[in-house]
Design a protein around this ligand. Structure first.
Ligand SMILES: Cc1cc2nc3c(=O)[nH]c(=O)nc-3n(C[C@H](O)[C@H](O)[C@H](O)COP(=O)(O)O)c2cc1C
Length: 188
């Protein structure tokens, strides 16, 4: 697909077909996605790709978190079950993790580079008919999730990518034309 078309037509996908995504294809796409610009070539990222029965690991952690935080004892089980089922309905979840440099500037640069890897992957996946949403719900930072996924101290979770074949493609949300935000400077 032409790059401009790919960039404009990619959408964040929230509803997926009940169809597995091939982990080997995901690995192949990631191998291209990591060709992102990266100052000092720290390549601070790693990825946990969860699918099939593996999803229970995230679903159970979410169930525990949601039950713990629901104060109404009558609602606890119901709320936990709802979130468990929500996770199990997602064909594949990729947790994107970045090693945090103690140096603030490097950490910011690394965050930018890892974000580029995510978007590279998103575009490559879209080209193959696979959609995703980059999710940043607060519980990716909670100890229950970190422990379930084996995330070490000094590692930051950038998000969970919910991945699958789209069951519905949302309408695009209009962008402010870049011309309104550009200042061209050609005089001293
Ligand atoms: C850093 C980042 C975090 C995001 N977090 C969420 C999220 O937690 N939940 C969600 O539904 N969408 C999330 N999104 C997706 C945006 O909502 C989406 O990109 C935006 O609505 C534009 O839609 P489009 O991607 O289809 O063009 C996130 C996107 C980015 C780049």
């Amino acid at each position: 697909m032409e790059l401009a078309k790919l960039i404009k037509e990619r959408r964040s996908i929230h509803r997926f077909e009940d169809r597995e995504v091939d982990p080997a294809l995901v690995a192949e796409l990631l191998d291209t996605a990591v060709w992102a610009p990266n100052y000092h070539m720290t390549q601070p990222w790693r990825f946990i790709v969860t699918y099939g029965e593996g999803r229970r690991r995230i679903a159970e952690a979410v169930r525990i978190m949601k039950e713990k935080r629901e104060l109404d004892p009558v609602k606890k089980k119901e709320v936990g079950e709802k979130f468990y089922n929500k996770i199990m309905a997602i064909p594949m979840i990729m947790t994107v993790i970045m090693t945090e440099s103690p140096n603030l500037i490097e950490r910011q640069d690394d965050f930018a580079s890892t974000s580029i890897v995510i978007h590279n992957f998103s575009l490559l996946a879209w080209e193959k008919g696979i959609g995703l949403t980059w999710e940043t719900y607060p519980w990716i930072h909670e100890p229950e999730f970190r422990e379930a996924m084996g995330i070490a101290p000094g590692e930051r979770v950038l998000g969970n990518l919910h991945i699958g074949y789209p069951a519905a493609i949302p309408n695009p949300q209009p962008r402010v034309p870049a011309a309104e935000r550009i200042t061209f400077v050609d005089k001293a």
